[in-house]
Design a protein around this ligand. Structure first.
Ligand code: NAD
Length: 770
């Protein structure tokens, strides 16, 4: 039985470092080796890499302290240390001879029963291990991670002809449950699945932009969110990854794909890009920029016709706005203008390309969809996109264009690739039959499960379902899952129903973000209408809903992933327990738009931080500063110091596809011993601490650390967490604290500065400093 308790990673570059970081996140001690450096410090390469892992912009670790789990060394002095490692992951440069010579060294030192894997993107496994003994080949596989390893969910696993089944099982189990990856088992074919389809799509988007004379801004406005693809677009993505690196990836696919593969039609090098690479204009990592750059004149973009830079000219075609707002990308391909033609051309080619991979490259369309969703962050995989267009409609349009229709697409005529039968989600196989979609035990994607359920209640913003075992589930599904009156009405109805008829309630969804907070547009609407009583009623309903949820006679578990901010996090704070995804971002960020959390968030943090410090004054100061600065945590481990994650009560899981089953299990465990929390009123710090906080704000403003409106907002937070002008020790109940929150929120909402902050956030997506 193979088991991974210790690991080594060889190659401390982009990928090796990421893998080592994720191993540390998974609780595994890891040895990270690179080549020896010249000079005194022979481990300098691996050491410098570790510093990058702590980079604040792209943190590879759930918590800085986890860096202690990574030991460093070099491949001349430290190879013996591989002898006690269970898994040795190779992530050195993409050169066959370098990898082969390393494997010989590894094989001489590793213990039998250890697993060796390569992160290669392009070299077939047969070539990698050609010269190695059978014992090595039996314990060798390709584990192809995506960059950045902590955040990209896909792991492609490739088996060699001699790889043992139990080695594959071990890699699959460990990387799913501990490393948090969605595993896609691939055949040993060029580019596997993610890069095969993903790079094809990107190259097509690039070539078509040139052919249709689109500006880079126009192309990126279409090949992005409106199509359910990340907002970097095509040219932004080239800049992000590196124009040189992308061009190498395309070249290597050209060298290994068979001559008849359609990739060759979109792989030709663009003269403009050849020149850019020669001149070092390779994207964000170079000072001279790429397709986009920042200069003294501000943001600039490259004109594809002249090759010269000009002022950045953002475009938002109406059809793109519509497609993005409605979440319906099919509107784009219906448009008769150049944008519609561009979108159609990319999708027609890419979706057909994906369909042609079944069954020879992959027997399963689900593997291809997963690869694109988990490896490239597409909202829908190619086959889900065809289903959304309609198989027959798609075929008809291909025929109308005179394009060939792939055989597997024909097999779906009159059907959809996915369908529900007998409460089971099933999908089409190459022979035209259907099979049930089975995931590993414990892996449940709610986006899939919901297709087999009918909601007990639903509106435009949220739905309420009943799962097995009498457990209810509330799913938010508005844009970015922002919360408004309708979302809260649905939650209130679910809470009421759960108290009478259910054995527990889960708040969960499978969107990118659990909830980005209260819908600012709706708040701005109240402000614009000067509808203060309406705003107060909305807040009170929010507060009473989450309080009722907290006091339900049955347990409530929140299971968030992605962002849980502001009002979204206030919902989480009122659950009995939270099961977080390890990369969850949490925080009360209302001060950034000039208000206070008005949904019971200040009250909850005050209680939690008072418990955390064992002292209400200390708790009040922490709540005041954390909420005032709008502090966020980028993992449950970071959240612990802010009392936003409670060890022993809350938990976190590495794989977001396992959140829901962990939440169901948590309900089961809580149910048997459940008694709702009854909190006694809190003895408040009172007026002297309030005065100290106000003085602190003034001093910080005088030092230039706070803007005037930060002081106004801070004073309101101080008022809530101390009780304001009351005697120290005077007690306030949960409801009284909620009233203070609403008063503070309303007072701030009536200021011009708050309105300006909200408008700025809605327009620019970042805070205004005023
Ligand atoms: P990189 O250039 O960032 O890092 C490679 C590292 O390997 C360097 O630190 C180098 O010093 C080290 N190295 C070279 N020879 C070595 C040796 N003999 N022993 C030990 N260390 C050695 O490369 P990367 O982007 O991290 O790619 C590593 C592997 O992962 C490649 O096989 C690549 O194809 C694959 N890959 C890369 C990406 C990506 O997005 N960068 C994604 C998936 C897979």
């Amino acid at each position: 039985m193979y088991e991974i308790k210790t690991a080594a990673v060889i190659g401390a570059g982009t990928m090796g470092l990421g893998i080592a970081g994720q191993l540390a996140n998974a609780g595994v001690d890891v040895l990270l080796l690179d080549i020896p450096a010249d000079g005194d410090d022979r481990n300098a390469i691996a050491r410098r890499a570790l510093e990058r892992l702590l980079d604040d912009d792209q943190p590879g670790l759930l918590h800085r302290d986890l860096v202690e789990r990574i030991a460093i060394g070099n491949i001349e002095d430290d190879m013996e240390r591989l002898g006690d490692r269970d898994w040795i992951a190779e992530a050195v440069v993409e050169k066959l001879d370098v990898k082969r010579s390393l494997y010989r060294q590894i094989d001489a030192l590793r213990r039998p029963g250890s697993i060796v894997s390569s992160n290669t993107s392009t070299i077939p496994i047969s070539l990698l291990v050609e010269e190695m003994p059978a014992s090595f080949r039996a314990e060798f596989a390709i584990t192809h991670f995506f960059n950045p390893v902590r955040y990209m969910r896909l792991l492609e696993l490739v088996r060699g002809t001699d790889t043992r089944t139990d080695v594959m099982d071990c890699l699959e189990r460990f990387n799913d449950t501990r490393m948090g990856k969605g595993i896609v088992v691939c055949n040993d074919t060029p580019g596997f699945l993610g890069n095969r389809v993903g790079v094809f799509a990107i190259q097509t988007a690039l070539h078509e932009a040139f052919r249709l004379d689109l500006s880079i801004e126009e192309a990126d406005a279409i090949f992005g969110r409106p199509l359910g693809i990340p907002k970097t677009g095509v040219f932004g993505l080239y800049d992000l990854i590196g124009i040189d690196l992308m061009s190498d990836v395309a070249k290597s696919l050209v060298s290994i794909l068979p001559a008849e593969d359609e990739f060759h039609a979109v792989a030709a090098e663009m003269p403009l890009m050849v020149r850019m690479i020669e001149e070092g204009q390779i994207g964000n990592k170079s000072d001279s920029g790429g397709f986009y750059r920042r200069s003294e004149q501000g943001r600039e973009s490259l004109d594809l016709l002249t090759g010269e830079y000009r002022a950045f000219a953002p475009v938002k075609p109406a059809v793109a706005i519509e497609a993005e707002a409605s979440g319906d990308f099919t509107r784009l391909i219906e448009a008769q203008d150049k944008y519609g033609r561009y979108a159609w051309e990319i999708l027609a080619r890419t979706l057909c390309y994906a369909a042609k991979l079944v069954p020879d490259v992959s027997p399963s369309l689900v593997a291809i969809d997963d690869a694109m969703k988990l490896g490239f962050n597409w909202l829908k995989g190619p086959f889900e996109m065809i289903d959304a267009i309609g198989v027959d409609r798609f075929i008809a349009r291909l025929e109308q264009d005179g394009r060939s229709v792939p055989r597997f697409l024909r097999a779906a005529a009159g059907e959809t690739f996915y369908s529900v039968k007998g409460h089971r989600l099933r999908y089409l196989l190459a022979d035209g039959s259907f099979t049930n979609l089975e995931r590993a035990p414990g892996v449940i994607r709610f986006s899939e499960k919901r297709r087999t359920l009918s909601p007990l209640e639903e509106n435009a913003r949220a739905s309420f379902f009943k799962l097995e075992d009498g457990i209810g589930l509330v799913e938010f599904h508005s844009k970015a899952n922002t919360l408004d009156g309708e979302s809260m009405q649905l939650l209130a109805a679910a809470v009421k129903h759960a108290g009478k008829h259910l054995s527990g309630l889960i708040i969960h969804n499978d969107a990118q973000h659990f909830s980005c907070g209260v819908n600012l547009e709706s708040v701005l609407g109240f402000i614009a209408r000067a509808d203060w009583s309406g705003l107060d009623a909305f807040l009170e309903h929010f507060q009473q809903t989450v309080i009722a949820m907290k006091h339900l006679p049955v347990p409530v578990v929140a299971a968030p992933s992605g962002l849980s901010l502001g009002g979204g996090f206030e919902v989480v704070l009122h659950a009995d327990k939270a099961v977080f995804h390890a990369n969850s971002v949490t925080g009360l960020v209302e001060s950034l738009v000039g208000v206070v959390p008005g949904g019971g968030g200040v009250k909850e943090m005050l209680h939690r931080l008072s418990d955390f410090h064992g002292d209400v004054v200390k708790g009040a100061w922490s709540a005041f500063k954390n909420i005032g600065y709008g502090k966020t945590a980028r993992s449950p481990l970071e959240a612990e110091a802010l009392a936003m994650y409670r060890p022993g009560i809350d938990e976190y899981v590495m794989n977001r596809d396992r959140l829901l089953s962990a939440a169901v299990q948590a309900i089961g465990e809580l149910r048997s011993v459940y008694a709702p929390v009854q909190r006694p009123p809190l003895p408040m710090p009172g007026r002297s601490v309030y005065a100290e906080m106000c003085a602190w704000l003034e001093e910080a403003r005088e030092r230039g650390q706070l803007m005037p409106h930060d002081v106004t907002t801070g004073a309101q937070i101080a008022m809530i967490v101390t009780g304001g002008d009351i005697a120290a020790g005077e007690q306030l109940s949960e409801n009284e604290l909620c009233t203070l929150e609403r008063q503070a929120f309303l007072a701030l909402a009536q200021t011009e500065q708050t309105r300006a902050r909200i408008e700025h956030m809605l327009e620019h997506g970042k805070p205004l400093r005023n």
